[in-house]
Ligand binder design. Sequence first.
Ligand code: SF4
Ligand code: SF4
Length: 104
Amino acid sequence: MSIIINQQSCISCGKCVAICPGNILGKSDTGKAYVKYPKDCWGCTSCLKECKTGAIKYYLGADIGGRGGYLYTKREKEQLYWFICKPDGEHVCITVDGTQANRY
Ligand code: SF4
Ligand code: SF4
């Protein structure tokens, strides 16, 4: 599994569920998003780019050279911030144009 969803931070907007190309995410009875089929997630990060609250974390496993760090995103107006949290606690932020994030 590549992602985990923080239920406290999820505001039940459903955007991650709608954008996932593999129909891997679902909504629980409370309306919060959860990972229905964790083994099938291939880590495309589309759901992260849609989440305005930073509720979704993408783990950077050793298989992709991440050694246990993780990524999450925050949106502010049209800016999308990617936060890379390294295993040693260091944080790096990359800012991109959020209006182009999930256009494919
Ligand atoms: S996009 Fe974020 S806030 Fe919206 S349902 Fe998904 S996890 Fe919750
Ligand atoms: S990373 Fe991609 S495949 Fe995995 S749950 Fe998110 S949108 Fe779906």
